[in-house]
Write a protein that binds this ligand. Structure first.
Ligand SMILES: [Zn+2]
Ligand SMILES: [Zn+2]
Length: 304
């Protein structure tokens, strides 16, 4: 039997990446595997993705999910930068589609994941969603995650600092309820993998470099701001991720638990169907770190 009975991090086909599940399949399949509380959480990197969230909400309502007290409509927002949010708002981003990053050319044709490069290093951060939009879309809870650097150098040391700063920002931000997948993506962004497409460059060793003081400070902030940390099952599915990196992350979560941090659980579904094998493997792992069913809670939902 699966450990957690609730999953608040599930992407539908309305997420702007490879996610492709239909809401009705999610509900049927997760319930068949013993989950009770479920939350839909599609991506909003910047307001460029807002039309997708509107569609997700329409489908959710049309399927009558609103009437089920154990189904919830959430969102996963990205820690974006003020610089890119302004560019998106002005629809002035095409100049960022072709850019040299540390001597390697980067090409894109869309700001769908935000504006990846070209901004001022370490500039102000922003979440591109307003309270008014949260109310309009009847969003019950907000997950916030680090998904890209704040235009820092693609190397372990600056990236550790960058991820830490972004997580502090997310935890303190009033609209965020849950800190998504802490430290996830750090190995990817500590290398130039995005530019070179060479996954062998990924710096998995960075997970052994995370200073204890940073984690203790994040744990303290989570408790002080009454935010949840998410245990995210996708960490075991990162291509090429060595076991010691996975264990380094799980050890951080276990230490937070001792500190008194409260957790939610997320499968981070990005596939058309329930990820049975992955969740089974993850279940075994988190038990090893002392996590039990009662360690996973549901967030406080906004009511409409
Ligand atoms: Zn995420
Ligand atoms: Zn996600």
């Amino acid at each position: 039997m699966m450990l957690p009975k609730s999953d608040f991090h599930i992407h539908t086909h309305c997420s702007c990446d490879s996610a492709s599940a239909q809401i009705q399949d999610i509900v049927r399949e997760y319930r068949a595997h013993g989950f009770k509380q479920l939350g839909i959480s599609d991506h909003l990197h910047t307001r460029f993705n807002l039309p997708d969230i509107v569609i997700a909400r329409q489908e959710y309502d049309a399927l009558g999910c609103d009437a089920d007290p154990d189904l919830h409509f959430g969102i996963e927002v990205t820690c974006a930068t003020a610089w890119e949010c302004e560019k998106i708002a002005r629809r002035d981003y095409t100049s960022c589609f072709t850019i040299d990053v540390e001597g390697i050319p980067f090409r894109t044709i869309t700001p769908i994941d935000g504006v990846m490069f070209g901004g001022p290093t370490g500039g102000p951060l922003q979440i591109d969603l307003t309270d008014e939009e949260i109310r309009m879309l009847k969003i019950e809870y907000v997950i916030g995650g680090v998904h890209k650097p704040n235009y820092t150098r693609l190397a372990p040391e600056p990236m550790l600092e960058d991820f830490f700063n972004q997580m502090c920002y997310l935890i303190k931000h009033p609209i965020i309820d849950i800190l998504a997948h802490p430290w996830d993506g750090l190995a990817f962004w500590s290398s130039k993998t995005l530019l070179t497409k060479d996954r062998s460059e990924m710096r998995f060793d960075v997970y052994r470099m995370i200073p204890q003081e940073m984690n203790d400070e994040l744990g303290r902030l989570l408790i002080e701001n009454r935010k949840y940390a998410e245990i995210n099952a996708s960490i075991i599915d990162v291509q090429g991720m060595p076991d010691d990196a996975i264990h380094a992350i799980l050890a951080i979560y276990a230490r937070w638990k001792e500190q008194g941090v409260t957790f939610t659980y997320g499968s981070d579904l990005h596939e058309p169907h329930y990820p049975k094998d992955r969740l089974k493997r993850f279940d075994v792992l988190i038990r090893e770190y002392g996590f039990k069913e009662e360690d996973f809670v549901q967030p406080k939902f906004r009511k409409y």
